[in-house]
Write a new protein. Sequence first.
Length: 215
Amino acid sequence: LRRVPLFAGLTEPQFEQLAAGSARRSYPKGRTIVSEGEPSQSMYILLAGRAKVQRSDSEGKEVILAVLGSGEYFGEMSLIDDAPRSASVITLETSEFIAVSKEAFKAMLAQSPDMAMSVMRGLVRRLREADKKIETLALLDVYGRVARVLLDFSEDVNGERIVKNKLPRQDIAKMIGASREMVSRVMKGLEIDGYILPLPEGKLVLREKLASYIS
Ligand code: CMP
């Protein structure tokens, strides 16, 4: 708990109070941790693993809003405004969490300006990312949208942009409002034209010129 950046500014008594209202949990791949539209009791910190944040419409069509990794947290929005859960969060692999009760979370927000500020910074960061996504969806064609997702999920490895975790075409499709078949066609096109280079295990090397699609 102490290594979680969100709680870095807490005093010892505050920290003990928080620990008393928290529990460690482990869930397998594919488990729904919070469900869109439901009332909330806890927020969660992801200690290890990955989880997707998604919304779906009445026909079951899904959009993936974000993929969260270790150190990130979720479920705080409905604790702050007492509205139903804004989205569902589902594990993408076996994952470990700390669940913090609504009471403990609200007590910490009231007692620690550092933590309140940290939560605000997190919400602002998410709004910035959401603004970027709106721009992507409004202004870029499907090649640009795929390029943006690939670049967002890539990291620098010895000067090369690499997508390390396998990114299923179906998941890319759900992030950009396109069909899986369309994403497959676009990926094939990007590969043939030398914008991306597939490696074993679903990894990808992104060539520098891929960025031309989003600028
Ligand atoms: P809450 O509404 O309680 O439950 C769903 C959670 O998903 C929400 O809190 C946030 O923590 C998280 N969430 C919602 N929208 C986004 C987004 N666009 N990016 C990342 N996380 C989100």
